[in-house]
Design a binder for this molecule. Structure first.
Ligand code: FES
Ligand code: MG
Length: 575
C-alpha cells in the first residue's frame, strides 16, 4: 500500500508540487486560505460536493454533515474542501428540477476537472441531486463516493402516519371531495415534513439513493439511515475516511459501474416498486459510463420480479420502518438470487460481501418472495402507434381493472386547460375516459415536469372514482400512484403521435401484452401529421434554449447529446 501512496502521483500534486512559478501561485493561495503547505502537501484533496443552499428543504443537515465528512477525511490523512454546487430543492425549483439535472451534472464535472482535487464525496438525495452528481463524477473520472441524505422521519398528523407526496395526493382528493376541512388541511402542513431528510416514501429520492447503493457507489447500509439518526453522521465520517483511500487505490466510478451493476439496480428498483423516474436516470447514468442501456432492458429484467418492500406509495409503511426492518442490505438478501453478487463496490468488496451478514427484522415491511406486497409488476414498458419509442407505467400502483382498458380520450394541450377542466363539476367525462396531457415532455414541459398523475375530475371524485387511465409525455413523482402511463416518446411537442390525437378518439391499453394504441389508421395519422404545425420554442435564449437544442427524449435518459458523446477530455494544462 505504501508504495502506492506516492504523493507525487496525486493529481493535486500537479498544482502544488512543482518548483515553478505557477506552483508558487497555487501554494501562496493555499496559505491565503489559512493553511500551511503541510496541511495539503502529499495529501489527497477531497472535494465535498455539497448540494445545499438556504432553500434546500431536504438537505438542511448538510452543513453539519460536511463537518462529519471533513472529520473523516482528516482522520484518513486527506485534505477536505467543500465545493458548493446547485441544490435543486425539488419543491421549490420551477418549472421543474429535471430541467436542471444536466446543468448540475455539468457543474459537478467541471468543478472536479478544473480544480486541484483528487477525489470527491458527492452529497445528494433530493431527487435529481443523486443522478446529477453521479453523472458528473462519472464523466469527470476521479475517484468518488456518494453520501446519501437519508430519509426524513415518518409524517404524523391527527394520530395518523403520513407519507411524503403519496398522502398529500390522497388527502387532496378527499379535500376536493369535501371530506377534509381547511383547518385539518392546514394542520397536515406541520406534520408531513417534520425533520431533515428526503421524502420517506419510495419516491425518486429514496429510489435513486437506494440504487446508488446497489450500484456500489455508497458504503453498505448508507442509504436507509434516517437523516436525523446519529448513525447518519457516523456514516458521513466513514464515507469521508473511505474517500481518501479510494484516491490511493485509484478506484473510479468507471471501475465500479458495469452492465451487471446496472442490471442489479434495475432488478432492485422493480422489487422496491421504485419511482419511474429511475428509468430515465439509470439510462443517463449508464450511458455516461459507456454502458448502452435501453428501455426494453427494464421490462426484461423487471418481469417476474415481485414487489417486496411494503413502502408507500405501493405499500403501507415508510422508510423509517424499512430502516428498522434491516434497511437496503437486508432487502437485497431477499432478491440476492436474482442479482450478480460479484459486482464491485466502493468499499473494495463485492455486493455479495456487503450483504452477507444482513438480516431482515420485520417480514411485514421487507417481505419474503412467497408473500409479496403485490403480484402486479412494478414496471411495464408499453409500445404501439401512440408511443413508437415506448412509454412506461407502474402496474403495482394502479387499480388492476385498468390494466386492460379501452376508452374515449379527453385531451388537454397544457396543464392550465387540464386544471380548469377537472375542476368543472359538469365536465363531459366518465370513469371509462382516458385522460391525456400532452406538451409536457423534455422540450414541451419544458423539462418534463411531474404532471403525469393527472388529477381525477372532481365530478368523478364525488362519484367515488379514485383511479382512471391517464397518459402523458410527462414524468410522475415517485410518490404518485394510479394507472398513469408516462414518458410517451417521442413527445407531442416535437410531433410525436400524441400530438395528433383528438378528444373522442379511442385508446386501448393492454399492459399484459405491453401494447398501447390509438384506434386510428396509419392513413388517418399521416393526414393529421401533415396538418400539424410545431409550436414555437419555449425559450428564446439562455440555458433553456441550450437545453432544448441538446436534450434527448425520455427513452434515451434526457441527457444532452454532447454530454453522452464518447471521448476522453484531457487533464487541464497547468500554466
Ligand atoms: Fe426532496 Fe422529495 S422533496 S426528496
Ligand atoms: Mg419527487
Amino acid at each position: 500500500m505504501s508504495a502506492k501512496r506516492d504523493p507525487a502521483a496525486l493529481r493535486s500534486h500537479r498544482w502544488f508540487g512543482a518548483a515553478d512559478l505557477r506552483s508558487f501561485g497555487h501554494r501562496s493561495r493555499i496559505r491565503q486560505l489559512g493553511f500551511d503547505l503541510a496541511d495539503v502537501a502529499g495529501r489527497p484533496v477531497i472535494a465535498i460536493v455539497n448540494t445545499w443552499n438556504g432553500l434546500a428543504h431536504c438537505h438542511g443537515h448538510f452543513p453539519a454533515r460536511v463537518e462529519a465528512i471533513r472529520r473523516g477525511v482528516l482522520e484518513a490523512g486527506g485534505f477536505p474542501v467543500e465545493i458548493p454546487v446547485m441544490a435543486l430543492p425539488e419543491n421549490f425549483v420551477k418549472p421543474t428540477t429535471m430541467l436542471y439535472r444536466n446543468l448540475l451534472a455539468m457543474e459537478v464535472e467541471e468543478n472536479l476537472r478544473s480544480l486541484p482535487v483528487d477525489g470527491a464525496v458527492l452529497m445528494g438525495g433530493c431527487d435529481k441531486t443523486t443522478p446529477a452528481t453521479i453523472m458528473g463524477a462519472i464523466s469527470a473520472g476521479l475517484p468518488a463516493i456518494f453520501m446519501p441524505a437519508g430519509p426524513m422521519l415518518r409524517g404524523n398528523w391527527g394520530g395518523k402516519i403520513l407519507g411524503s407526496g403519496s398522502d398529500v395526493w390522497k388527502y387532496w382528493d378527499e379535500k376536493r371531495a369535501g371530506n377534509i376541512s381547511d383547518a385539518q388541511w392546514a394542520d397536515m402542513e406541520s406534520g408531513i415534513a417534520r425533520s431533515d431528510g428526503v421524502c420517506m416514501t419510495l419516491g425518486t429520492a429514496m429510489t435513486m439513493t437506494s440504487l446508488a447503493e446497489v450500484l456500489g457507489l455508497t458504503l453498505p447500509g448508507a442509504t436507509s439511515i434516517p437523516a436525523p439518526d446519529s448513525g447518519h453522521a457516523r456514516m458521513a465520517t466513514a464515507t469521508g475516511r473511505r474517500a481518501v483511500d479510494l484516491v490511493w487505490e485509484g478506484l473510479r466510478p468507471s471501475d465500479i459501474l458495469t452492465a451487471a451493476s446496472f442490471d442489479n439496480a434495475i432488478i432492485a428498483s422493480a422489487a422496491l416498486a421504485g419511482s419511474t423516474n429511475a428509468i430515465i436516470h439509470l439510462i443517463a447514468m449508464a450511458r455516461r459510463a459507456g454502458i448502452p442501456l435501453w428501455l426494453d432492458r427494464f421490462d426484461e429484467l423487471s418481469s417476474g420480479v415481485k414487489v417486496l418492500a411494503d413502502i408507500r406509495p405501493s405499500g403501507a409503511y415508510l422508510m423509517e420502518d424499512f430502516f428498522y426492518a434491516g434497511g437496503l442490505p437486508a432487502f437485497l438478501t431477499r432478491i440476492a438470487h436474482r442479482l450478480d453478487l460479484s459486482t464491485r463496490t466502493v468499499n473494495g468488496r463485492t455486493l455479495g460481501d456487503n450483504i452477507a451478514e444482513a438480516k431482515v427484522w420485520n417480514e411485514e415491511v421487507i417481505r419474503p418472495e412467497q408473500n409479496p406486497v403485490s403480484f402486479a409488476e412494478g414496471l411495464a414498458v408499453l409500445r404501439g402507434n401512440l408511443a413508437p419509442d415506448g412509454c412506461v407505467m407502474k402496474p403495482s400502483a394502479a387499480e388492476p381493472r385498468l390494466l386492460k382498458h379501452e376508452g374515449p380520450v379527453l385531451v388537454f394541450d397544457d396543464y392550465d386547460a387540464m386544471a380548469r377542466a377537472v375542476a368543472d363539476p359538469d365536465l363531459d367525462v366518465t370513469p371509462d375516459h382516458v385522460l391525456v396531457l400532452r406538451n409536457a415532455g423534455p422540450l414541451g414541459g419544458p423539462g418534463m415536469p411531474e404532471w403525469g398523475m393527472l388529477p381525477i375530475p372532481v365530478k368523478l371524485l364525488r362519484q367515488g372514482v379514485r383511479d382512471m387511465v391517464r397518459i402523458s409525455d410527462a414524468r410522475m413523482s415517485g410518490t404518485s400512484y394510479g394507472a398513469c402511463i408516462l414518458h410517451v416518446a417521442p413527445e407531442a411537442f416535437i410531433g410525436g403521435p400524441l400530438a395528433l390525437i383528438r378528444t373522442g378518439d379511442v385508446i386501448a391499453v393492454d399492459v399484459a401484452a405491453r401494447r398501447i394504441a390509438v384506434q386510428l389508421t396509419d392513413d388517418e395519422l399521416l393526414l393529421r401529421r401533415a396538418a400539424w404545425t410545431p409550436p414555437p420554442p419555449r425559450y428564446p435564449r439562455g440555458y433553456g434554449a441550450m437545453a432544448a437544442a441538446h436534450i434527448g427524449q425520455a427513452n434515451t435518459g434526457c441527457d444532452f447529446d454532447f454530454l453522452q458523446r464518447d471521448g476522453a477530455i484531457l487533464e487541464p494544462e497547468i500554466h
